[in-house]
Design a protein. Sequence first.
Length: 240
Amino acid sequence: HLFARDGHHILAVDADPDANLASAIGIPEDDADSITPISKQNQLVTERTGAKPRQFGQLFKMNPRVSDIPDTFCLEYKGIKLLVLGAVQKGGSGCACPENVLLRSLLSEIILNRDEVVIVDMEAGIEHLGRATSRSIDRMLIVVEPGSRSISSAKTILRLAQDIGVESFGIIGNKVQDKTQENWIRNQFPQDLMLGIVSYRDIIRESDQSQRPLIELLDKNLSREFGIIYQSLKSLGKSG
């Protein structure tokens, strides 16, 4: 929302199996419920890959045409285009099924060739990313909470993402209740990776329950915290 307020064109991509980015953006529930994730659009998968979804042992196109999909299948709300990908299926060392190939090709197209500010919400992992795509990411943001498991997961993602070519990272502390927790998070990572801290606030829970975008409910402290993170991202100078 802050990028949109500043006049940027935004493409928000929901690549999390939980697919709740629409709610976070503030898209009305009826509109959000009308969205069919790309991975579940069987006719589209078959048309672009030449194979039926969720069937193995087939021959299919490994480089399907995807450039038209973002504009055709997105939902626009208050200057933000939302595209819901759906889940990348996991199986052993990787699932080379038609819908996975389509999703990965689509995400690569979006990151490599789109001219908007592209924000991708992914689950805690890098299953969607290939090496060429990874090298084109301006910055990977990792959101951590003040707990050992969250910190451990973040460090694992950092290591794996570096292995496939991601070069720039940012750490955001979330649900931080006091200065002790903030300092503990900051001490876990190099300081140049820390973009900012988001304090624990009841207003965030209220935003979720009322399905209103958080930007409409921010108090002074949260506005300042999000502003710090936003300015850190803008300083990259690659947002177009």
